[in-house]
Design a protein around this ligand. Structure first.
Ligand code: ARG
Length: 459
């Protein structure tokens, strides 16, 4: 007969390859601290409703706490023959405190146990991630303030479009992460609900107090339907989806940093300690952190697809397929914490080359829209103004100069309403300063947006 906890009805233990194939302790041992926390709450409730005596609860609690300490200290031998983290801890408890340990699993199943453990684990992971995202947002806001007056080209289609300030660009990055923080907060509320009490799928015949367990574990509420409680993994899919969006944002930052650091742009430089070299080209300094972050986005997107696919064919209620949710969830959290922390460390040390940024903005006729707006203010219809400026740009391209280099007589040849004051709007500083409204790129607006963003970050 089998030595498994469930071995009663079996006449032989699992085939070696089956045991190796079905075990999960090699990766779900990460849930140990949360598993113990859940078990103590469960046992405390069992004693409150009279299923365990207070003395029995005391022994179980002390036994579990001692196991928790041993695990934290790296002094615990995980046995793959015991399948998973839950069975490893439970059978050690029985070894340690005797037959009483076998009472812990009363009114519970591994199905509601594991669902509870992941939710507890993920809640902590979300809180850690929120902290790192906040740190990165703070760093971006600081760079925005420092570079509020730095002019760079804004692009559409990667063609020079209109001048913007570097600070404004940093606040656009920050705005993406502000939404990410919001999203994490919203989905955290759906993670933070208690499955325990659903038992295997239908509930239990014991007079359990689920509200008490929820309070004990810091859950906001109890999951209503026992079938749903053990089989729902929406919360994990939502989390990995939000994580994919965060990675998508970091990947876009990465793409821009890689371009900006290319000597063809030369907008920014990163400290040597955030770059690596080439094994053949001695001159190279490569922005590998940004590139690897861009690359890591692929695996997180992969985890999202993995979880969606994992769920799509599952009938109610629990199926062992769900064991496959753990590695994608763990790896998503590990990847995100790493990438966001690295960016939060690195961003304050990005050097901005204001001259190169300004030169690039000067090159692409980036103030052409300002000239059109100027003509409109002098009574020309916008579509006519557009045409007039287009002709002026065509002329400047042929002459190999910038709009601001054309003399007044030449400009008047395109429209008689043009006067000497036109040169004010053709400057880069005039162009950015004129976009002076909420959400605009004017340095004063950037400073106001920095203040608002800091205030939002603080609460
Ligand atoms: N290791 C399993 C999982 O990750 C725990 C639940 C197993 N339940 C069961 N009835 N075999 O989902």
């Amino acid at each position: 007969d089998s030595h498994q906890t469930w071995g009663g009805r079996f006449s032989e233990g699992p085939d070696a390859r089956v045991a190796a194939f079905t075990e999960s302790v090699s990766f779900d041992a990460r849930l140990a601290a949360h598993d113990i926390r859940g078990s103590i709450a469960h046992a405390r409730m069992l004693s409150a409703v009279g299923v365990l005596t207070p003395d029995e609860f005391g022994q179980i609690e002390a036994g579990l706490a001692a196991i928790g300490e041993r695990i934290a200290g790296g002094d615990f031998a995980w046995d793959p023959a015991l399948e998973d983290v839950h069975m490893n801890i439970e059978s050690r408890l029985t070894d340690d405190i005797g037959a009483l340990g076998k009472k812990l699993h009363t009114a519970r199943s591994r199905n509601d146990q594991v669902a509870t453990d992941i939710r507890l684990w993920l809640r902590d992971a979300i809180d850690a991630l929120l902290g790192e995202v906040r740190r990165l947002r703070g760093a971006l806001i600081d760079v925005a303030e420092r570079e509020a007056d730095t002019i760079m080209p804004g692009f559409t289609h990667m063609q020079v479009a209109q001048p913007v300030t570097f600070g404004h660009h940093m606040l656009a990055w920050q705005a993406m992460l502000a939404r990410d923080s919001e999203r994490l907060g919203e989905l955290r509320a759906r993670v933070n609900r208690l499955p325990l009490g659903a038992a295997a799928l239908a509930g239990t015949t014991f007079p359990i107090d689920r509200e008490m367990v929820a309070r004990e574990l810091g859950f906001d509420s109890v999951i209503d339907n026992s079938l749903d409680a053990v089989s729902d993994r929406d919360f994990a899919i939502e989390f990995v989806s939000a994580a994919s969006l965060i990675m998508t944002h970091l990947s876009r930052y990465s793409e821009e940093l890689v371009l900006w650091m290319s000597p063809a742009f030369g907008f920014v430089d990163l400290p040597d300690r955030y770059c690596t070299g080439s094994s053949i080209m001695p001159q190279k300094k490569n922005p590998d952190v940004a590139e690897i972050v861009r690359g890591k986005t692929a695996r997180v997107n992969g985890h999202l697809v993995a979880l969606l696919t994992l769920m799509k064919g599952q009938p109610l209620a629990y199926n062992r397929d769900n064991q496959e949710d753990k590695e994608p969830i763990f790896d998503t959290v590990d990847t995100l914490l790493n990438c966001v922390a690295l960016y939060a460390d690195m961003m304050p040390h990005v050097t901005v080359h204001a001259d190169a940024c300004r030169d690039a903005a000067r090159k692409g006729f980036s103030t052409a829209t300002d000239l059109a707006d100027y003509l409109v203010r002098k009574g020309v219809a916008f579509r006519d103004a557009h045409e007039i400026v287009g002709k002026s740009v065509q002329h400047a391209i042929a002459a190999g100069c910038d709009l601001a280099d054309l003399d007044l007589a030449t400009l008047k040849g395109f429209s008689t309403v043009i006067e000497d004051d036109v040169y004010d709007v053709l400057t880069l500083e005039g162009s950015v300063a004129a976009r002076n409204h909420i959400g605009g790129t004017a340095p004063d607006q950037v400073r106001a947006a920095v203040a608002r963003s800091r205030a939002r970050l603080a609460d």
